[in-house]
Design a protein around this ligand. Structure first.
Ligand SMILES: Cc1ncc(COP(=O)(O)O)c(C=O)c1O
Length: 403
């Protein structure tokens, strides 16, 4: 089948909820993708902040091959397997967490986090039956399942699917006074992205995260960090919250952290990391999943976390991110309103819509995704080279210069 035939088949049979450009991805190497006509694209999308180790990574392929060689791709959570136990230990050793529960996606991890927060509140404060509400923030994206959607306050996503899960309050992101005003003892959890991804690459201020930690403690609520997009090395620390902790590694650590996207090198996976006080309130049968945390995905995730948590790897993410931001600034384009972000989670806000820029970039061999209508989002494989970064930025620059 040629590209046109494949696209025709897709348009006839796949649900039309995605808008796709007119080419067919066939293979990848490092941070470069190739379409079915052999055209190369520098990929700053990485499967939407997923393919941290890039395409065709030897270690990932080895981990997959080893997992497959056992013959056991799946056992369910009825039985113990070594890869799951090993990964859970690794995630705890490299974070604030005491225990981990696995899921299959980001949204599912957030659903679990909400359930765990409610369970914790029910168990710990039995005389407060109304302590089940969630405080979330403007511009947030927590996923498209019913609970996560209720905490994703955008009409475009919510309106067609109402009624939503009740009990979610929204305060303005980075506005501690508003969060304080919206908070009371009926809130069982605050959920926040330390860096908002889909919402346009907005970084939480130190005061905001510190304030939320204090606010959660004051009202006996749990603090949940959604690090589904900003976690697992993307911002130059293994977990984005670490950058807010200063010398005290735990100063603003959460009670629950959700991770997903890059965790298993492109295989579907989510994880809910939590403190013992939360874990202690969950009992056998309270929550579960058929597929989550299977031996294949956990083997690959162990490889990803090992690679990404190496200090040299993280230092390279930080310096490549700084280089990318600097190069965008140096374009001095009148169309660029602001360049922001941390590590390789970079947003370039334009004074025009991003759609035509993204289309023209693809034609010139650079893939970029948006974050809202006016923000170009660059979330490449963390192994991207400086030359590839330069190529991506120069391509954007040449297109902006023609507009
Ligand atoms: C911060 C954040 N949370 C949750 C999600 C939902 O993850 P998934 O698409 O795996 O359900 C996303 C996806 O973009 C995200 O960026």
């Amino acid at each position: 089948m040629n590209a046109q035939e494949i696209i025709g088949l897709e348009q006839q049979h796949v649900l039309g909820v995605y808008g796709r450009p007119p080419f067919v991805i066939e293979r990848g190497e490092g941070a470069t993708l190739y379409d079915s006509d052999g055209k190369a694209y520098v990929d700053t999308v990485a499967g939407i902040a997923v393919n941290a180790l890039g395409y065709n990574d030897a270690g990932t392929k080895n981990a997959i091959a080893e997992a497959i060689s056992s013959g056991v791709l799946h056992t369910s959570n009825l039985y113990t397997t070594a890869p799951q136990a090993r990964l859970a230990a690794k995630l705890c050793q490299t974070s604030f967490a005491d225990r981990v529960h696995f899921a299959n996606s980001g949204a599912e991890a957030n659903e679990g986090a909400f359930k765990f927060a409610r369970r914790y509140a029910r168990d710990t404060f039995p005389d407060q039956p109304n302590k089940f509400e969630i405080l979330a923030f403007s511009n947030a994206f927590h996923g498209r399942t019913m609970g996560a959607l209720a905490a994703t306050p955008r009409d475009k996503y919510q309106a067609p699917f109402k009624p939503l899960m009740p009990g979610v309050r929204i305060a303005e992101y980075n506005n501690l006074a508003d969060a304080t005003a919206k908070m009371d003892d009926n809130v069982c959890a605050i959920i926040v992205e330390p860096i908002q991804g889909e919402g346009g690459i907005y970084i939480a201020s130190n005061e905001f995260l510190q304030g939320l930690r204090t606010l959660a403690d004051k009202h006996n609520a749990l603090l949940i960090y959604d690090e589904i997009q900003c976690g697992v090395g993307r911002t130059g620390t293994l977990w984005a919250y670490e950058a807010y902790c200063g010398d005290d590694g735990n100063a603003v650590a959460p009670d629950i952290l959700t991770a997903a996207k890059p965790l298993a090198g492109g295989l579907p996976m989510g994880a809910i990391l939590m403190r013992e006080k939360v874990a202690a309130t969950l009992h056998k049968g309270d929550h579960g999943s058929t597929f989550a945390g299977g031996p294949l995905v956990t083997s690959v995730a162990h490889h990803v976390v090992e690679r990404v948590s190496e200090p040299e790897f993280l230092a390279a993410v930080e310096s490549k991110g700084a280089l990318m931001k600097e190069m965008f600034e140096e374009l001095n384009s009148p169309h660029i309103v602001e360049v922001r972000g941390k590590g390789l989670l970079v947003g370039v806000e334009l004074d025009i819509e991003t759609a035509p820029v993204i289309g023209a970039c693809a034609e010139k061999g650079v893939l970029i995704v948006n974050a809202g209508p006016n923000v170009l989002r660059l979330v490449p494989p963390l192994i991207i080279s400086e030359e590839e970064i330069a190529r991506a930025v120069q391509t954007v620059g040449s297109i902006l210069a023609e507009l």
